[in-house]
Design a protein around this ligand. Structure first.
Ligand SMILES: C[S@@+](CC[C@H](N)C(=O)[O-])C[C@H]1O[C@@H](n2cnc3c(N)ncnc32)[C@H](O)[C@@H]1O
Length: 347
């Protein structure tokens, strides 16, 4: 680690080393557009281990050649005149929001949240807020508690919309706004932490990787030398999968994201049975539901330096009690999250 770091800092300014630079993780993260404001750092104070050399840092997912972009004529966006309008149920980007009922007091950020067409106590018409975020004060742009506690998808405005880049409903679209550190843990390989305090509801980053078909994902599972462990890097984009959908791309087996060899820092986030993050499906253009984003948000305040974790089996019923069966335990991976409510096994 020390040697590779010295090589990077003292030699990778030289032109002749292009081939070597391509494989240097520090050079890869330096190319990120956000590098100067929100850098990714890599540290190892535990041992001499390096991140595997065949891993490549990227700041967005890449689509496999056989995954065609949606045809232009199917792309649609909202036609809101003012950016501010994109918080309300009248914004067409929010037409599929499932639960846009009034929010709880805990989330009251001082703005009006009410049923559409109702009047407030002063007789003013109040529009129904439908977007997922707080709009005012210190929590502006943070996910509301009600959404955080749900497994609902997040619908955002995007490049085909009439609203501008500063529209409040473009939090994931605007990208990561936090410096993150990939660090060597004492017992679980690499992990990730924030180098600043993180607030409940704050967007962390997307899970990135190669977006591939289900067939290709299965081929990679079968080929992987870590066999069933390959699953830990493959995320199915199945939030909108529906055998009855009129969109054939939602009827078939979903696309998957493989972050094992090409990904961003979130690929190094470890599991905890008492996690501080959760993944949400995020949609921009409604014609791209089959290729939705996977966005990490903080589910509680996280002080700087605390390891970021999510529950690898969040929402999956583990009631078959395999973890109590000594025979099955032999094939299971022991969980080292150290939390009080640890289930004992990862899978
Ligand atoms: C997605 S990777 C996370 C990054 C990984 N630590 C690394 O060094 O590349 C998942 C792997 O990390 C390890 N891991 C993650 N959470 C763990 C936990 N709570 N207990 C034990 N191992 C864990 C397991 O080896 C798992 O297969």
């Amino acid at each position: 680690m020390e040697q590779a770091m010295r090589r990077h800092f003292f030699h990778h300014g030289e032109e002749a080393l292009e081939a070597e630079k391509k494989h240097c993780h520090w050079c890869q993260i330096r190319t990120f557009a956000t590098h100067s404001r929100y850098p990714i750092t890599i540290v190892n104070t535990e041992d001499d281990t390096m991140i595997q050399p065949n891993f490549r840092f990227m700041d967005d997912s890449i689509r496999a050649h056989d995954i065609k972009p949606t045809r232009k004529e199917f792309l649609t966006g909202c036609e809101c005149d003012e950016d501010e309008d994109c918080q309300y149920s009248s914004c067409t980007c929010l037409q599929d929001v499932e639960d846009d009922s009034t929010d709880d007091d805990d989330d009251n950020d001082g703005s009006s949240v009410s049923e559409e067409g109702t009047e407030d106590e002063w007789g003013n018409y109040v529009r129904k807020k439908a977007y997922a975020y707080h709009s005012h004060g210190a929590r502006a742009g943070h996910l509301r508690s009600k959404v955080l506690a749900s497994r609902n998808p997040i619908y955002e405005c995007h490049t085909s919309c009439a609203c501008g880049p500063n529209c409040p409903n473009r939090v994931v679209e605007r990208g990561r706004k936090l410096p993150l550190q990939v660090f060597r843990t004492g017992n679980r390989g690499w992990g990730v932490r924030g180098t600043v305090d993180i607030k409940k509801g704050q967007f962390i980053d997307k899970y990135m990787g190669e977006i591939i078909t289900a067939q290709e994902a299965n081929r990679r599972r079968a080929q992987s030398h870590i066999a069933q462990r390959k699953d830990v890097y493959l995320f199915a984009l199945d939030k909108f999968s529906n055998p009855d959908s009129f969109d054939e791309r939602l009827r078939g087996p979903p696309l998957e994201v493989d972050g094992e060899f090409i990904s961003g820092p979130t690929r190094f986030i470890n599991h905890s049975c008492d996690p501080n993050l959760r993944i949400f499906a995020r949609v921009g253009d409604h014609a791209d539901k089959h290729i939705h984003d996977l966005a990490f948000f903080a589910i509680r305040d996280i002080p700087r330096g605390e390891e970021l974790t999510f529950d690898y089996v969040d929402g999956v019923d583990d009631s078959d009690m395999d973890a109590l069966d000594p025979e099955k335990q032999k094939d299971m991976a022991r969980c080292l999250c150290g939390s009080k409510n640890c289930r004992g096994y990862l899978w």
